[in-house]
Write a protein that binds this ligand. Sequence first.
Ligand code: 2P0
Length: 324
Amino acid sequence: MKATAKAHTNIALIKYWGKRDESFILPTNNSLSLTLDGFSTTTSVEFREDLSEDIFTLDDKRITGVEYDRVRSFLDLIRNLSDKTLYADVHSINDVPTAAGFASSASGFAALAGAATRAMGLQLSDYELSRITRQGSGSACRSIYGGFAEWQQGVKTDGSDSYAVPIAPVEHWDIRVAAVVLSADMKKVSSREGMRRTVDTSAFFQSWVDSIPNDLEQIKQGIQERDFEKVGQIAEANCLRMHATTLGANPPFTYWADTTMTVMQAVQSLREGGISAYFTIDAGPNVKVLYLPENEEKIKTALMHVPGVTDVILSRAGQGISYK
Ligand code: 2P0
């Protein structure tokens, strides 16, 4: 009753920002992402007769508290699915530099879901695996697939139709992402709290939701046609609209630091200089920059020279979940 799985993080080009149900983790809009190589979690799960509780070790450190509780609750879901009551020994290794501003929850819950369901002997389709992964962390349900994936929000109250589907495999398009690391403080509003406050109070929230279907249609067309300008423009505008909802919340908040804006302006300057690049930002100050392989050196050099930037980590499209 042991299995090991590896999953990568993903970067949303159309953001998941808002829940319609917090306990099942059901979103208010579809989202679309690119799975990245280089930022991964490898997790082994063993269900054992001799355990009296779940054990969670992350990077050789025994985890307790809120992080442990999330893992334990997730294992309860797997136990319910299988009708078995065994506890698990969970070992995870993160290859996601925390400073890069990628939440390790996407790769983490995808790897945990894959390893735990296999260890239990459950034979799930990718859709079924994505659906259960969603209940660990929303964005993780997209990391089951390599390349581009879309999380379909679904309409049912039990979440049975809320899971991600593949849009284009990793081989479809060599599109790259630079993670720009800033010397800024860690985020003060968690994405869970940020989403909640936005849904409950933001004057701009409904406009955000209403804007999604057109963005999705356009970006999927852009991906199929490998139209970098189109994909970049939509992703950047979608990111700005997501962040605008936080400014319309009560109390208002933003994830941006002064250096966030400096990088955004540097990306705009690159474009004015004829080098195609677009930014996107998640629930923190760091910036991710989309670009094509031929511009890699110029992009890296330009971003490294922006004041306040401490590192630029390059990555490309990555594979979906795999098993050892
Ligand atoms: C995303 N983010 O689509 C968006 C964009 C942050 C900004 O998904 O509460 O860790 O576990 O479902 O997935 C971050 O939120 O939240 C996120 P939960 P999650 O990638």
